[in-house]
Design a protein around this ligand. Structure first.
Ligand code: PDD
Length: 278
């Protein structure tokens, strides 16, 4: 695989990052995951806008102007011949002698790699997935897409160990989001419910696109928090992310949602999203 590291496209075994890089030592970095469908990046302007926002929130620069990153991503996709999959990109504050305070003179690092895999046609989309609930142990600025991912990684592993696929994290009695996705339910009255934007969740790029498509399709959308009990009793549940589009959730903490099968609203939104992307 060819990866990108600080200005160069190199075989992955030749890529080098300093052991003093603050991404490695302090999780002092931000990232984006963009999807490739039919060889093209989808929703990428949204990912670039969020990258810019994450960098600004942390007072971090990018070694390459953000406006020039999409062309580098496209080149990486082409060099690796990726038809379907992801581009992962990460900007860290750079290498400096270890100190909690931000260094004055560090040069930020940019690394990118691709992952080829099916995204449009997956077992998760066809059959739906199972989630467990778990306390949200993350920090208070989840709107910044930092590489500080140990808490969601632990929750995801806890879900796998329990025979489920993902965890929906709960704070003060309400679902915040999934470990790497935004969470939704469809009420028996047909409303799509998802938590409103705040510092408690990541402002999903797929979330914005899907809510727009839902409203255009005259579906009712309510942006408010919901509980695990309300989700278990809902007609449908699903989640969204760049890598999973719209994925039905058919079981929550062992209780079937609706009939325990992917529901019509999640299926329709997934189709609308893929159609719009293509
Ligand atoms: N995850 N919430 C969290 C905590 C996330 O990490 C993600 C994305 C989302 C969905 O955001 P978007 O629709 O912009 O992908 C919500 C990416 C895909 C990841 O970490 O792999």
């Amino acid at each position: 695989r060819i990866v990108y590291v600080n200005g160069a496209f190199v075989p992955e075994e030749d890529a080098k990052i300093s052991v003093f890089d603050r991404g490695f030592l302090f999780a002092d970095g931000v990232y984006e995951v963009s999807t490739v469908l039919d060889g093209r990046l989808i929703d990428n302007p949204g990912h670039m806008a969020r990258l810019e926002r994450s960098l600004n929130e942390l007072g971090m620069g990018s070694p390459v102007p953000v406006a020039e990153i999409p062309a580098l991503m496209e080149e990486l996709v082409a060099r690796n011949g990726v038809a379907e999959g992801m581009v992962y990109l990460q900007v860290t504050r750079g290498a400096a002698d270890r100190d909690f305070a931000f260094p004055k003179d560090a040069t930020p690092s940019l690394v990118m790699f691709t992952q080829a895999r099916s995204v449009a046609d997956t077992a998760a989309a066809r059959d739906g997935i199972k989630v467990i609930s778990a306390p949200d142990m993350r920090w208070a600025r989840r709107d910044i897409k930092t590489v500080q991912l140990l808490a969601p990684s632990m929750m995801k592993q806890k879900a796998k160990d329990a025979g489920a696929d993902d965890a929906w994290m709960v704070e003060d009695g309400f679902v915040t989001e999934g470990t790497s996705n935004n969470a939704y339910i469809v009420t028996k009255a047909g409303s799509i419910v998802t938590r409103q934007l705040s510092t408690a969740i990541l402002h999903g790029i797929t979330r914005a696109a899907v809510l727009k498509l839902a409203r255009e399709a005259q579906l009712k959308v309510e942006e408010r928090p919901f509980t695990i009990a309300e989700a278990q009793d809902a007609a449908e549940a699903f989640y969204t992310s760049a890598s999973s589009f719209v994925t039905p959730v058919v079981e929550i903490d062992g209780a079937k949602v609706g009939e325990g099968r992917p529901g019509p609203v999640a299926k329709r939104l997934r189709e609308l999203y893929i159609e719009a992307a293509r």
